[in-house]
Design a protein around this ligand. Sequence first.
Ligand SMILES: NC(=O)c1ccc[n+]([C@@H]2O[C@H](COP(=O)([O-])OP(=O)(O)OC[C@H]3O[C@@H](n4cnc5c(N)ncnc54)[C@H](O)[C@@H]3O)[C@@H](O)[C@H]2O)c1
Length: 346
Amino acid sequence: MLKIGIIGCGKIARVRHIPEYLENPNVDVVAYYNRTFEVAQSYEKTNGGKAYASIEELLNSDVDAVSVLVPNRDHAAVTIQALKAGKHVLCEKPMATTLEDSLEMVKTSRETGKILLIGQNQRLAKSHVKAREIIESGELGEIIAFQTHFAHPGPEGWTGKKDSWFFDKKVASFGVMADLGVHKTDVLHYLTGQRIVKTFAELKTLNKKYSNGTPISVDDNAFAIYTLENGAVGTMHVSWTNYGEEDNSTIIYLEKGKIRCYDNDEYSLIVENSDGTSINYILDVLTSNKEQTTGGRTSTGVIDEFINRILTGTPSLLEGESVIDSMKVIFANEISARDSSIVGIE
Ligand SMILES: NC(=O)c1ccc[n+]([C@@H]2O[C@H](COP(=O)([O-])OP(=O)(O)OC[C@H]3O[C@@H](n4cnc5c(N)ncnc54)[C@H](O)[C@@H]3O)[C@@H](O)[C@H]2O)c1
């Protein structure tokens, strides 16, 4: 049995990582560390295992692997510390808050020989996996254009707090552009098999306020016009101010048809052919914050992917190195919005 440690015992630990570890027959969750010790102790009480008072003590224990589930600012430092201590790491998104840190995480993984996966769970969503297969087969021809959205009412519903760290630039570093935008930017890379080579982005704080009425210190809406390697152009809009139903859809327009992922309540994937025929797939429902907050579906497949990677050595869809291109786009979006300029991405 693999021994797992949880570093950062907050919401994602509670509703996603720990439940998915508990469902995996090959692991035991044996260790918890949280900046506030009492929080780690509460997990020890409910789930068994041991709460540690310091990260060093946890990393000196015999755990084989850890989930890094702390706020964005500390992803890189904690991940690098854990890799150097000889632990495999599954780190949540966004990978890091600078490109240098993202690259250092990958380098440390390579040097230590320890696995580094990033929680880009949307790559594992069944509609995306099937859509990628269809696009890769070439049956619908070249990609011409695309649009992708991730919009919900904001992290307050997830954290239960009006003024959470998600709104604090010093801790989160980014707003919705990286919180949700890293998912959709990454999905575009995954679906199309191409890199985004150019962006023009707007990051705005349009509506979201702290409880004292002042605007939050990060963007609550982000818009980007992306260009792919083959010249296809499309848009991404991510938002924390969609006060209706969550929108998590992606549409790809190709020479011989159109692929619609998660933009229909009944069908998770719809393929519309240019001859007027279409195929509707019922594959899954994308795991959403709302469902997990209300105790619904728990499995994103991320934990099984991590454990399988450790036990079999089979390369994973979530390798740290494969997320670097998406992080480059995130940082390019920041520059583009700051300078009102079109930014090329190497
Ligand atoms: N993949 C996804 O779709 C998804 C969804 C939600 C959150 N996340 C990511 O998961 C991470 C955690 O988010 P959350 O919603 O669980 O936040 P949270 O605030 O609920 O939990 C974070 C926990 O970490 C603790 N903490 C803070 N700094 C720490 C440190 N240096 N060492 C140890 N513990 C520390 C806090 O006390 C808190 O208990 C974030 O990076 C977020 O972006 C990913």
